[in-house]
Design a protein around this ligand. Sequence first.
Ligand SMILES: [Zn+2]
Length: 199
Amino acid sequence: MRIVKEGETRTLLCHNCGKTSATYRMRDVDFSDKRGTVKNILAAVCDRCDEVAAIPAQSNARIKEVFEQSSSSLEVRVPAHYLDILYIATQKIDATLNENFNKVLILWYLHALTNGRYPQQKLKSFLSSDMANAKASRRLSMKITNRQQAELNQLMLGQGMKKTSDVVKAVILKIHQDLVLEQDLSGLPELRNMAAAIA
Ligand SMILES: [Zn+2]
């Protein structure tokens, strides 16, 4: 990889101007999906239209890091009893935890389902269970990283669900079965360790 310096020039193809000269300058660059910005990286800026025309290879590692760590908010409308499920499950893990742990619990299950600790196959069927249906009158919102977003997408596509919010709902219904109905308490020791570490 040839390392470039601020102020160097090169010739390239600009998407606005065609073949042109560009100068390496410090710029804040948005991700193509607009979910974040990488600040102060060297970019080849077109000398005619002043837009970023290319990103040198040396900037890619920082872009990747910022992209994976950047977060977006996930909003899911859920029936009120879903929040009760999360609260009761959280109290079984550690009675001193508050509702902030809800998100941790959901994300732990999401990861455990993605990495094969729990089977994914039954997830979708939870959504048509009797426990699933009620007016979705409450809002659950949480910050998730792009890596967690990727896990959500992977589960959604793998299990034939249409929305990431359905994945979150199915995960909550699995938490109901596992921890509230106590049909699978195998995750409890690890959840208790995690609760102790972050409380
Ligand atoms: Zn240009």
